[in-house]
Design a protein around this ligand. Structure first.
Ligand SMILES: [Zn+2]
Length: 382
C-alpha cells in the first residue's frame, strides 16, 4: 500500500483521545499480519482501548523502537474546510485530523514494512503504538510495563512526533492536578454559619502564584524557552450566586519542569497549601490528572549520532511541547524525537502533512532498516 493510502485509512478511524480504539488497532494488526508480523495488542485498564506492539527481526536482540500514538485530539474546532476524518489531498498537502500529530508517522512506518521485512535483520525494529497520549501520556506506561517480556532491552526509541524530521534531544516534563475544596453552603448573610470554599481556595491560588514567581529566578537550563520551570493555573470553577456561600471550588493547575526538576515536586507547595485547609474544616481532594517526566538525551549519545546520520541534520537541543519520550527515558531506554510535519499544524483546523514529508520519514525508517540488516557472511558464495 502507498503511504498516502495508509494515511487515508488511519485518518478515517476517528480514534479521538479518551474513546475506544479497537477499529484502528484491528486494521493495523491485519495490515501487519499480511506481512507475517504478529501484533501484540494489550488492553489498558479502561478495557476498551489498547496499545499495539510488533517486532520485525529478532526480538531477543537489542534493537530500535518506532513509537507513535494512535489517538488524536477531537476535531470540534471551527474552521475545517472539509471532513477532518476524511483525508483530502490538495496538491502536496494532505489534510485531516492527525495527519501531522501523528498518524503521518504511523503511515510512514507501516509503509516501510515491506522494505523492512525484505532482508534478515541482525537487530530488530519494533513498532510501539499507544493510546490516549493526548490525555497526558496515559496509555504508554502500560506498554512500557510489558516491554521486558516482549523484547531485549532496546538500544533506543524514536518518538515520531512532528519535528520536521529533525531530531530533538530534550523536552520539559509536566504534571497536571485538580484541586477540589469543599466547605459548607448557606445564605451569604450568615457567613458565620458556612465555610466559603472560594475564600479558602485563594490561599491555594496564592501559593501557586508565589511558587510560579520564584521559579522565574531559576534554576535555568538555557536550551528551553522559557529557560526555567513554570506553574500555571488553567481553570477555576466555583459558586452559584452572589447571595449563596459557595461550598465547592475547583482549580486545574500544571507545572512544566526543566530536566533537572521533577514536575510533581514543583507542585508540592501548592498541595501543602490545599492540605492545610483541612485543619479548618474543609474537605480537600488533590487529583493528579497526568504526569510525564522531561526528556534529556546527551548530544554525545549513540542514538543522537544515529539520528544525525539518518537525517543528515544536527539534532535540535530542545522543544517546549511534551512527548512520550520522557517516559521511555524513565524506563531506561534512550529516546529521541523525530517525525514528519510541523507541531504548529497540530491541534488546529485544516491540520495537514505534505506527501514529501511522509516520503522523507519513510526514507529515514528504511535507512534505519539498512543499519539493522544482517551483513552477509564473507566467502559463503562462490
Ligand atoms: Zn502527538
Amino acid at each position: 500500500m502507498r503511504t498516502n493510502d495508509i494515511l487515508e485509512k488511519l485518518v478515517g478511524f476517528p480514534s479521538v483521545v479518551g474513546t475506544p480504539n479497537g477499529d484502528v488497532i484491528d486494521w493495523i494488526s491485519s495490515y501487519l499480519s499480511s506481512f507475517g508480523i504478529n501484533a501484540y495488542v494489550f488492553a489498558g485498564p479502561e478495557g476498551d482501548r489498547a496499545n499495539l506492539f510488533a517486532t520485525i527481526g529478532p526480538a531477543d536482540r537489542p534493537g530500535y523502537i518506532l513509537s507513535g500514538h494512535m489517538d488524536v485530539v477531537p476535531a470540534t474546532e471551527t474552521g475545517w474546510s472539509s471532513d477532518p476524518f476524511t483525508l483530502r489531498a490538495d496538491g502536496e498537502n494532505l489534510y485531516g485530523r492527525g495527519t501531522s500529530d501523528m498518524k503521518g508517522f504511523l503511515a510512514a512506518a507501516l509503509a516501510a514494512v515491506p522494505a523492512l521485512v525484505a532482508a534478515p535483520f541482525a537487530r530488530p525494529i519494533h513498532l510501539a503504538f499507544s493510546y490516549d497520549e493526548e490525555a497526558g501520556c496515559r496509555g504508554v506506561p502500560h506498554l512500557l510495563a510489558r516491554l521486558p517480556d516482549l523484547c531485549a532491552p532496546p538500544l533506543g526509541a524514536i518518538i515520531g512526533e512532528p519535528s520536521g524530521m529533525r531530531a530533538i534531544l530534550a523536552h520539559k516534563g509536566k504534571a497536571a492536578a485538580r484541586v477540589l475544596v469543599k466547605g459548607r453552603s448557606g445564605h451569604s448573610s450568615r457567613p458565620d454559619l458556612g465555610l466559603n470554599a472560594i475564600h479558602a481556595i485563594t490561599e491555594v491560588l496564592q501559593a501557586a502564584v508565589t511558587a510560579a514567581a520564584e521559579l522565574t529566578n531559576g534554576p535555568f537550563e538555557s536550551e528551553f524557552e522559557p529557560p526555567y520551570s513554570s506553574i500555571s493555573i488553567g481553570t477555576i470553577h466555583g459558586g452559584q450566586a452572589v447571595n449563596v456561600i459557595p461550598d465547592v471550588c475547583t482549580l486545574d493547575i500544571e507545572a512544566r519542569a526543566i530536566s533537572s526538576a521533577e514536575p510533581q515536586a514543583l507542585l508540592a507547595p501548592v498541595k501543602a497549601a490545599a492540605e492545610a485547609l483541612a485543619a479548618r474544616g474543609f474537605e480537600v481532594d488533590w487529583q493528579l490528572l497526568s504526569a510525564y517526566p522531561s526528556l534529556l538525551l546527551a548530544s554525545t549519545s549513540p542514538l543522537a549520532a544515529l539520528l544525525e546520520h539518518l537525517t543528515g541534520i544536527k539534532p535540535l537541543a530542545a522543544v517546549s511541547y511534551g512527548t512520550e519520550a520522557g517516559l521511555y527515558q524513565q524506563a531506561g531506554i534512550d529516546a529521541i524525537i523525530c517525525g514528519p510535519g510541523d507541531i504548529a499544524r497540530a491541534h488546529r483546523p485544516n491540520e495537514f502533512i505534505q506527501a514529501s514529508e511522509l516520503a522523507a520519514c519513510q526514507a529515514m525508517i528504511e535507512a534505519l532498516g539498512l543499519t539493522c540488516r544482517l551483513e552477509p557472511e564473507m566467502g559463503t558464495e562462490q
